[in-house]
Write a protein that binds this ligand. Structure first.
Ligand code: CA
Length: 223
């Protein structure tokens, strides 16, 4: 059963959504404060988060930003403010969709289904696309447009790891742990060296086009 967390301070709205979601067969949970909602979303794994924009404790954009740094849980932002600015900001910081209040519950349910369908497709698909790159996980090939790029095993693993965690900043330690293993005792600059190899082979004018450096933290591939 899919678990959905509703972070919304207006009790009448959250209890109405919760009731409708449960009627549709989802398991629904409510938090009324931004900070509590973020903590719950980090501690437990939800399939989706419905996130209000104006919240006590921590506003919705900040909850979204902080959550997306740690996890890829899909987020649909809810907001009474139907301004383009909020929408753009919400989507830029990683929200998957945005719906303006007041909305018809049928519309919300339809958007939820779209997010789940999309999520399912990415999980089942063995081909991942980022910008003009196409990675076939079964064939272990990477294409940039029509051109096939050749990577060593480690380069390929670093690239795929970053892509699988796209939009999430990955620290050097995290990469070392997951690509080289816990026992690896080299200096952490091995990561920087591999990122340099990768960038050279990805060969674009802007060296940060695919892999961005987040200073003093690590690296990220954004889609
Ligand atoms: Ca609110």
């Amino acid at each position: 059963m899919k678990k959905i967390l509703i972070i919304e301070d207006e009790n009448n709205i959250s209890s109405f959504i919760k009731m409708e979601l449960e009627f549709e067969g989802y398991k629904a949970f409510v938090e009324a404060d931004g900070k509590d909602g973020l903590i719950k979303a980090l501690e437990e794994d939800f399939d989706l988060i419905l996130l209000d924009l104006m919240l006590p404790g921590l506003n919705g954009l900040e909850v979204c930003r902080r959550l997306k740094r740690e996890k890829n849980t899909p987020i649909i932002m809810l907001s009474a403010r139907d301004s383009v600015m909020d929408k753009v900001t919400g989507l830029q910081i990683g929200a998957d969709d945005y719906i303006a209040k007041p909305f018809a519950i049928e519309e919300l349910l339809a958007r939820i289904q779209v997010v789940f369908r999309r999520d399912n497709n990415t999980k089942n698909s063995h081909v991942i696309e980022v910008k003009d790159l196409m990675i076939d996980l079964d064939a272990r090939t990477v294409k940039k447009g029509d051109e096939e790029l050749n990577f060593t095993n480690k380069e390929y693993e670093v690239l795929v790891y970053l892509i699988k965690n796209k939009n999430k900043v990955i620290s050097r330690d995290n990469l070392i742990e997951n690509i080289w293993g816990y026992d690896y005792e080299a200096e952490t600059n091995v990561v920087d060296v591999y990122i340099r190899y990768l960038r050279n082979k990805l060969n674009s004018e802007n060296k940060e086009e695919y892999i961005q450096t987040v200073r003093s933290v690590g690296y990220v591939i954004r889609s």
